[in-house]
Design a protein around this ligand. Structure first.
Ligand code: GLN
Length: 482
């Protein structure tokens, strides 16, 4: 099928309505291309052909009857394998859940299918979404579509590569400390972490509950807006999903951005930022200025404590959330189990990889009596200070623009031996996560070696519309190409 790899939501809908292809043909092509390349790309952990064809046939019947097909009608979509899809494997890229079949659909999954999307497969990721390179998958790594020797970023590496590499026009990922924005930046896709509570977490396997988000990947800002609109909103199954009306993000995309004030935090352009990335982001800021935005320097003074506080809070929450994988209620049970204690110990030791194990140990330690006040409580206090930095900044600016990652995609294996180096790469995304605000990565040109670079646009709680409008204006002026 010509141009399958460049399709967007609009071109799919148009093609279906004009009868140039059927939803079934599209689904078949998505699965064919995905399967044919998977040995090399590592993007998918499983395909869901029956589910896909069932959904596609429903769309084709609607097209034949002249009925409305929904905002995502017939569009192939990939889902990160930490998001539940009823009756399909949901492994979290972990040996512990290698054969786990999800008993129900995540609310976001239900929502995309109601909007007509065709789920074709589950994407590879870091085990339980812990990582920045996708190399913590228990099964196989993902290659960056721009350079197969490099990582796609993580933890939603498969979902980012699915979109950027031409496998599906849109996908769902999860972001706890940057796991949508950073792989979007590394692969050259649009990726959004919505405001905490904007999208239901029901059916997202918990890593760090106070930081977890489901969010979209796409090739255009408009598609991200459409997908976000579909999945946003309150949910009786998730009391943290805010019951705030969902704006018509795609409908209001073209609102004028002239006059918006853009904060440029000086702490994000200091030592450690790769020169090529700095140059591209500065150029991106100039593009926004040319569109009429006013850039002003701001300060987010507690940025330097973000990584330490994030890795205390997320490991604490992870150690608690992952206690459920005991080999009894969930997860594989070790075959070599004598006593009950051995059964727990062996099941967990065999099921979890080294990074997950490290985080459970760290998290258990920071929550233990005697250390709780010194580490966990302190980290929560710092989190409040970081949130206050943003709250103060948003009193004077409408959005904040920064790099997504200090450097473009690194080589597979380059950072695996040094977890601390890997943690440090999250510096620009983690702050927004701790504050619970909205953030997105938009493509912002390439490094001299041809590697994609993403620009981060952050806006205050529930101000996704402003973020999308800026991203859209940027895309229209050719900012994506740089
Ligand atoms: N890289 C970060 C971590 O390893 C973020 C992961 C995420 O957002 N899921 O925790």
């Amino acid at each position: 099928m010509e141009d399958y790899r460049r399709l967007t939501v609009d071109t799919v809908r148009r093609g279906l309505q004009e009868g140039r292809f059927s939803a079934r043909e599209l689904a078949a092509e998505a699965i064919r291309v995905g399967e044919a390349q998977n040995q090399a790309s590592g993007v998918f952990l499983s395909f869901t052909p029956e589910r896909a064809f069932r959904a596609a046939d429903r769309i084709d019947a609607k097209v034949a009857a002249g009925d409305e097909i929904g905002p995502l009608g017939g569009v192939p979509l990939a889902v990160k394998d930490v998001i539940m899809t009823a009756g399909e494997k949901t492994t979290c890229a972990s040996r512990a859940l290698a054969n786990f079949i999800a008993p129900y659909d995540a609310t976001a999954v239900e929502a995309v299918e109601r909007a007509g999307a065709v789920i074709v497969g589950k994407t590879n990721c870091d085990e339980f979404a812990m990582g920045s390179s996708n190399e913590n998958s228990a099964f196989y790594p993902v290659c960056n579509p721009a350079d197969p020797e490099r990582v796609p970023g993580g933890s939603s590496g498969g979902s980012a590569a699915a979109v950027a590499g031409g496998y599906t026009p849109i996908s769902l990922g999860s972001d706890t400390g940057g796991s949508i924005r950073q792989p979007a930046s590394f692969c050259g896709a649009v990726g959004i972490m919505p405001t905490y509570g904007r999208v239901s977490r029901y059916g997202l396997v918990a890593f760090a509950s106070s930081l977890d988000h489901i969010g979209p990947f796409s090739r255009t800002v408009k598609d991200a807006a459409t997908l976000l609109r579909t999945i946003a909103g309150g949910d009786p199954y998730d009391s943290t999903a805010a019951r705030i009306a969902v704006p018509d993000y795609p409908g209001d995309l073209s609102a004028n951005v002239a006059g918006l004030r853009i904060g440029i935090p000086k702490e994000y352009f200091a030592k450690g930022l790769d020169a090529a990335v700095g140059t591209r982001i500065q150029a991106g800021i100039h593009t926004l200025e040319a569109a009429g935005c006013r850039a002003v320097e701001i300060s987010l003074p507690h940025t330097k404590y973000a990584i330490a506080s994030y890795y205390l809070i997320c490991t604490a929450e992870a150690s608690s959330n992952l206690a459920r994988y005991d080999g009894v209620r969930y997860s594989r049970r070790s075959a070599s189990s004598g006593t009950m204690r051995d059964m727990y110990r062996n099941s967990r030791a065999e099921g979890f990889g080294p990074e997950v194990t490290r985080r459970i140990i760290l998290g258990t330690y920071v929550l233990s009596s005697g250390y709780y006040d010194a580490y966990y409580r302190k980290a929560q206090e710092v989190r409040s200070l970081i949130a206050r930095d943003f709250a103060e900044a948003f009193e004077t600016v409408d959005a904040i623009v920064t790099p997504v990652s200090p450097f473009p995609a690194f080589k597979l294996g380059e950072k695996t031996s040094d977890p601390l180096q890997m943690y440090l790469s999250d510096i620009y995304t983690i702050t927004g996560s701790l504050a619970g605000i909205a953030g997105m990565s938009v493509p912002c040109g390439k490094s001299p070696e041809g590697l994609p670079i993403g620009m981060q646009i952050l806006t205050n709680h529930f101000r996704e519309q402003t973020m999308l409008n800026l991203g859209h204006a940027f895309e229209k002026t050719g900012g994506f190409e740089g």
